[in-house]
Ligand binder design. Structure first.
Ligand code: TXA
Ligand code: MG
Length: 317
């Protein structure tokens, strides 16, 4: 299949592809998305095939205005006020809400669950695409399953050229980490994935927010949590309690065994988050065998970054 590279002035053409049941990769403020008409079962199926994504891992449905939320999801009475506050404060933006789904959302999109993930992105191109397509757009991150998410056009091109109808080319995603996912379908709000909205900001609106991700969770509520994620070809080693000089020492030892080793610095947190997935992919194109990372404090974006690092790492020391 020929993959058309479109610019932002061609969004109308991209929207046509969505209407025809084809896949379109598009920028959002978090990461690029791989989109299809959320009401079209066959189109949604194509996403799983193109990404090699397990069929039980549900997709996020993207909308362009707040009113569309009621079209696809029920608002539980118990959480009505909280949902109103979250939407007012964080939409459009990097917050995804899990809610009971309405009939119109196919089970292929919700991964067989009776809930649906909904997000209203801030990125103008993304919203224009959804508006012109005239349907909500189901879109996971635009990367082959298990690989680091695509945050630059070149990443998306590398993973999907020849496999999808078109890619909308734009600059690097401004946040570079995926949205924060909060499950609002039950009695208590549950944080399923830290991301573009910081935990500290959420807790100020939702004091009873519980943490629903991490090693202590036996049965994750978010199917995506059980799969390998964000992994480059290179082996990633995360150091939890080592100093910079200890990491450098480790590097030397590995290099003595003939390995090409890259140390990634994570001191400048906001920019590190923005560039993390690019740095992981870059290490592969530059032929590194091993990436060494030090852990950072889990506050602000540090929480989302550490979550990605722990998933990317095959060894934590
Ligand atoms: O920033 C983002 O959220 C990007 C852009 C494109 O919007 N999208 C994204 O999608 O990161 P994806 O598919 O890579 O991650 C969605 C996560 C997965 O871990 C999935 O399991 C979880 O959200 N999820 C989706 N629907 C769910 C549901 N009904 N219940 C629980 N978890 C759900
Ligand atoms: Mg993803």
């Amino acid at each position: 299949m020929k993959t058309h590279i479109l610019q932002k002035q061609d969004v109308k053409r991209a929207a046509k592809y969505i209407q025809q049941g084809e896949l379109v990769a598009f920028p959002t403020e978090t990461v690029y998305g791989l989109g299809a008409n959320a009401y079209d079962t066959n189109a949604a199926q194509k996403i799983y095939t193109a990404k090699w994504r397990p069929s039980d891992n549900p997709l996020i449905v993207h909308i362009y205005r707040k009113k569309q939320l009621q079209e696809i999801a029920h608002i539980p009475d118990a959480q009505k006020q909280n949902i109103k506050l979250l939407v007012q404060r964080f939409w459009p933006g990097p917050l995804t809400l899990i809610l009971p789904k309405k009939e119109c959302v196919p089970l292929e999109v919700s991964g067989g669950l009776d809930t649906v993930a909904v997000r209203m992105p801030k990125n103008r191109i993304a919203r224009e695409l959804i508006r012109l397509a005239d349907c909500p757009i189901a879109a996971p991150s635009a990367n082959i399953s298990g690989k680091p998410s695509g945050t630059e056009f070149s990443h998306v091109f590398q993973d999907f050229d020849g496999k999808i109808a078109c890619i909308i080319q734009a600059s690097r995603c401004s946040i570079g980490l995926e949205s924060t996912v909060v499950d609002m379908s039950g009695d208590t709000p549950l944080l399923l994935r830290p991301g573009g909205i910081d935990y500290e900001e959420l807790i100020s609106l939702l004091p009873d927010l519980e943490i629903g991700y991490g090693k202590h969770i036996e049965k994750p509520k978010s199917p995506g949590m059980k799969y390998q994620h964000y992994s480059p070809e290179a082996k990633v080693i995360l150091f939890k309690h080592a100093s910079v000089s200890q990491i450098q020492e480790h590097k030397k030892q590995l290099e003595h065994t003939g390995k090409k080793v890259r140390v990634l610095a994570s001191q400048d947190i906001p920019n590190f988050g923005k560039k993390l997935f690019s740095l992981l992919r870059e290490a592969d194109t530059q032929g590194y065998d091993i990436i060494l990372l030090s852990s950072i404090e889990e506050t602000g974006k540090g929480r989302a970054i550490m979550n990605r690092l722990e998933k990317a790492a095959s060894e934590i020391i």
